[in-house]
Design a protein around this ligand. Structure first.
Ligand SMILES: [Zn+2]
Length: 183
């Protein structure tokens, strides 16, 4: 089990990354590495900031690391956690656990069949107002998507600015990841 070397959390293994260096190359999420020491860190931005100011990874590697390395680690963690978010959305889509488009999502929220709503920041004001009011009424969490690829591009659904996740467990995992990425 991986434990964040900074804050000590271990509950959500998906949010903890293992970092190692091999010939000065940063390796992320290595399963086993017998040759190189490993430092585990979670996606919380405070943890990477603290690791950087105290050179915590350097201490484990028994060398002094250039602070720039920490920027690369932060970038790699972001990319990696965004990729896993994208694959979660892909899984939701394949398993029929994803509803897209304002009307479709609103209809399902009113039946309490949506566990999480994701919005593209470019959604129209009118759609946003309608979705916000229904999500409040039915107590359905709502979150903006700030990925490097837009929702419509990701799901190959042109002009899709709203999606709903049906499966509650999947929605929980996605929400946790999103909240961590925003920190
Ligand atoms: Zn941490």
């Amino acid at each position: 089990m991986r434990v964040c070397g900074v804050c000590g959390i271990s509950e959500n293994q998906d949010l903890i990354f293992s970092i190692s260096f091999s010939k000065r190359k940063i390796l992320i999420n290595i399963k086993e590495d017998n040759d190189n020491p490993v430092f585990n860190i979670c996606t919380n931005k405070d943890c990477i900031t603290k690791a950087r100011s105290d050179d915590l990874i350097g201490k484990v590697m028994d060398q002094t690391l250039n602070p720039k390395v920490y920027l690369e680690v932060a970038k790699a963690i972001n990319t990696s956690s965004e990729q896993s978010l994208m694959s979660l959305l892909g899984m939701a889509q394949k398993s029929g656990s994803l509803v897209s488009g304002t009307e479709g999502v609103l209809k399902k929220v009113r039946r309490n069949a949506i566990a999480l709503i994701l919005l593209d920041p470019e959604i129209s004001k009118n759609s946003l107002d309608r979705i916000q009011s229904v999500s409040e009424q039915f107590n359905c969490p709502l979150h903006f998507w700030h990925g490097s690829r837009s929702i419509d591009d990701l799901l190959n659904k042109p002009n899709c600015k709203v999606i709903g996740i049906v499966n509650p467990e999947m929605a929980q995992t996605i929400l946790k990841k999103l909240k961590n990425n925003d920190r």
